[in-house]
Design a protein around this ligand. Structure first.
Ligand code: ATP
Length: 424
């Protein structure tokens, strides 16, 4: 059976991954975990998410084949490579855990769990990671399932979507939990340098420990990587306060599965898109330090590198009219803007700078401009010359074609780092 859980935490605290560890602790007495527990990130642009829009899927049954250690929750936790499905109504156990651990009193917390015999359709996950889906659509996928949706019932969406994910591409995250929160920065840097398949751990540019959540949560840190075994080695390198439990999740983080290629006319709010266009409005800085420009493909849309993207904004500021770019990012509703996660500069336009006004053929002095686009005139002799007669030089652009991404500090869970794209 598959169990999906979502929306148990609030801005005040909690974490759905912690609820998952409670469920694993409880149900691993009766069942085997088949495969890793899953942490599935969904549409990062929905307004009602608490933080990272993550939901959980767990596969329980009778395991066989290779058995591997995936965590420690009071005891060693194992998962099996393969398994035979077992189905049982475990809603009583799940309800108990939700009542004990979910922030039900928070108006924005609307938990749910689903127990399915079979996985719902993959297309439901795809829709939930890329756009907005309704509670009714989620319920359509729950035929022959047992579920409980608390309060406004919205948690059912993430619960079903998490189960319906298929890891065509995947990464892993080892999450540790502790009461006291302390992590030694130097050890994080050491781990990042030694564990080559890990990513997004430390932001060297901004001296920021990315493995620690800033929110109120039972999580001490989470290390992300391509290789579950190397994550255990990484945990051994990080020096921290006493870890009370840890678990490795298989995730869709860093896969770019939220993105879809679009023409500007088809871009809708709350989606995440890949759009190719020519820079039309050159970058300008607005209040708050955000950098805005626009691109054009027959229609025009604004793009933004917001202040939290720090030095990435310096790259964006160098864009000029005529540059051909592909932007990757989430779409904000008002004003309709693409919030850039990464950008590919395909072609840089030739930018010319005027170095010298034309010289009068009669007196040999520089001519004066008659106004923008109106040409030149010698003030002494009255001889005129066109705009093109001035001396121009090609400007050194200071950037090269290629991919650029926001720093680790501003990275979204689903955004595929250039390191994973083998581009950095
Ligand atoms: P995390 O567990 O990482 O903190 P989160 O707390 O940010 O995640 P939730 O508290 O789970 O997010 O809130 C997100 C809510 O939005 C959930 O109720 C979920 O079911 C719902 N939801 C998720 N994806 C979609 C979607 N594509 N369309 C509509 N609702 C969604």
């Amino acid at each position: 059976m598959w169990i999906g859980i979502d929306d148990t935490d609030s801005a005040q605290g909690g974490c759905t991954t912690y609820v998952a560890t409670e469920v694993i602790k409880e149900l691993s007495n009766k069942f085997d975990l088949i495969g890793f527990p899953r942490l599935v990130r969904l549409n990062p642009n929905i307004p009602w998410k608490t933080r990272g829009n993550g939901a959980i899927a767990l596969h329980f049954g009778h395991g066989y084949g290779k058995k591997f250690e995936i965590g420690h929750i009071g005891k060693k936790i194992y998962a099996y490579e393969k398994g035979i499905n077992k189905f049982e109504d475990v809603s009583e156990e799940l309800e108990k855990i939700i009542h004990a651990r979910a922030f039900l009193e928070d108006e924005k917390t609307n938990p749910a769990f689903v127990i399915c015999r079979k996985k719902p359709s993959y297309s439901f996950y795809k829709k939930a990671v890329r756009s907005i889906v309704t509670i009714e659509e989620a319920k359509m996928e729950t035929k022959n399932c047992i579920y409980k949706a608390y309060k406004n019932g919205r948690g059912i969406i993430g619960s079903v979507a998490a189960i319906s994910w298929k890891p065509y591409d995947r990464t892993y995250e080892l999450i540790t939990y502790a009461r006291k929160k302390w992590v030694d920065e130097e050890s994080v840097i050491k781990m990042d340098k030694e564990c080559k398949s890990c990513f997004d751990n430390y932001d060297y540019e901004n001296k920021y420990i990315a493995i620690m959540p800033h929110a109120n949560s039972p999580v001490l840190y989470g290390i992300r990587g391509e290789d579950a075994d190397e994550l255990k080695k990484a945990m051994g390198i990080v020096i921290s306060s006493q870890i009370e439990r840890w678990i490795i999740f298989e995730t869709n983080q860093a896969t770019d599965e939220h993105l879809q290629k679009k023409k500007i006319k088809d871009v809708k709010p709350y989606e995440s898109v890949i759009v190719k266009g020519i820079v039309k409005k050159e970058p300008h800085v607005i209040k708050g330090g955000h950098v805005i420009f626009s691109i054009y493909d027959g229609n025009e849309i604004e793009c933004a590198a917001y202040e939290p993207t720090k030095r990435f904004r310096n790259i964006i500021k160098k864009l000029r009219k005529g540059d051909v770019v592909v932007v990757y990012g989430g779409v904000r509703k008002k004003p309709l803007t693409i919030n850039i996660e990464k950008i590919k500069i395909e072609k840089l336009a030739k930018v010319y700078e005027k170095m010298e006004n034309p010289i009068c053929p009669k007196c040999g002095k520089h001519m004066k401009s008659m106004g923008r686009g109106k040409g030149y005139r010698c003030p002494k002799c009255g001889i005129k010359a066109g705009e093109d007669k001035a001396r121009y030089e090609i400007v050194e652009r200071g950037i090269k074609p290629g991919f650029y991404e926001v720093p680790v500090v501003a990275r979204r869970h689903l955004a595929k780092p250039l390191k994973r794209m083998k581009l950095s």
